[in-house]
Design a protein around this ligand. Structure first.
Ligand code: MLT
Ligand code: MN
Ligand code: ZN
Length: 305
């Protein structure tokens, strides 16, 4: 399978439109060694023609243009996106759906019933889309089950419930229910290789750790370096953990877990918040990651497995 990173930033993107933190101001002015990034999304394919889109970011139109592969140009109105998987109901993962409203058929959307509920009630995107192309909903179970999803014919998709946090407009905010957020195991039946993808991961539960240990590539939550990073910068009152994101540094942080994986596992962080110092390629935090063999996803990154 081929994985294309369309957007590697967390909500807000990098730089964020209204932010002058050292990272955002630095990438704008060129004062730091960093690349701008769009908001969190990947696409997966078995043949480079049809794709499964994971999350639909507010930057989807730019991402389609830059990807070069999601518009195959076979007829007047066309797309390479066959199916859309939503890992949660957050703004940065779902609002791009409105930009796809001109689709000729209902959008084929795969998500849990908890996510469907949030996108029907708390933020009624699915109802709004009902006035345009409408949606064709396929339920992903919150209990592990195997799916084949049109767009990546050689891949078995296995969603795993994760503890993270539902969006502020969800009735489940701060009261997690199974299916608010999922991670995805993707097993290529031809190559035998496995990817574990989880852009929002708040706690390392045993079933998640199992999936990570069994993966050839882990593409996981890189939102914040420290739990109180946004508070420190004066950017927000929210901690990483309260938003459902495991910080990288410190005891029990993502880096400690990634260190326990086999040396052969490719370890990549994604969904990087604009306050995170790892965005600066010359920072000591980035050097720490490099020493630990951990990569930071960038828009356009392709992973073949
Ligand atoms: C998150 O991942 O916690 C959210 O996307 C934050 C946001 O709303 O930007
Ligand atoms: Mn997010
Ligand atoms: Zn910023």
């Amino acid at each position: 399978m081929k994985v294309k990173v369309l957007g590697s930033a967390a909500g807000g993107g990098f730089p964020q439109w209204n932010c002058n933190c050292p990272m955002c101001a630095g990438v704008r002015s060129g004062a730091i060694n960093a690349h701008a990034r769009t908001q969190s999304s990947i696409a997966v394919s078995s043949d480079d023609v049809d794709w499964v889109l994971f999350n639909t970011s507010p930057d989807i139109l730019t991402q389609i243009q830059l990807s070069g592969v999601l518009q195959p140009g076979r007829r007047l109105r066309d797309t390479g996106i066959r199916s859309i998987v939503l890992m949660d109901a957050q703004i940065d993962h779902t609002t791009g759906l409105l930009m796809l409203r001109e689709h000729k058929q209902p959008l084929s959307i795969w998500c849990t019933s908890a996510v469907k509920e949030d996108l029907s009630e708390g933020n009624p995107l699915f109802k709004v889309l009902g006035h345009y192309c409408s949606i064709d909903w396929h339920e992903l179970s919150a209990d592990p089950a195997d799916y084949s999803i049109p767009g990546a014919s050689t891949v078995i998709f296995r969603p795993l419930p994760l503890i993270s946090n539902a969006p502020p407009y969800s009735p489940h905010r701060d009261k997690p229910v199974a299916g608010d957020t999922v991670g995805m195991q993707m097993i290529d039946t031809e190559t035998g290789k496995t990817l574990f993808y989880a852009p929002g991961l708040g706690e390392m539960e045993p079933h998640v750790w199992d999936a990570m240990q069994n993966a050839d590539v882990v593409l996981v939550d890189g939102t914040m370096w420290t739990d109180d990073e946004m508070i420190e910068r004066g950017a927000s009152e929210k901690t990483a953990r309260s938003m459902g994101h495991l910080p990288q540094s410190g005891p029990g942080g993502m880096l400690e877990w990634l260190d326990k994986l086999p040396a052969t596992t490719r370890k990549i962080l994604i969904h990087i918040n604009n306050t995170n110092p790892i965005l600066d390629e010359n920072s000591e935090q980035r050097a720490t990651l490099t020493r630990h063999g951990v990569e930071v996803a960038q828009d356009g990154l392709e992973i073949e497995l």
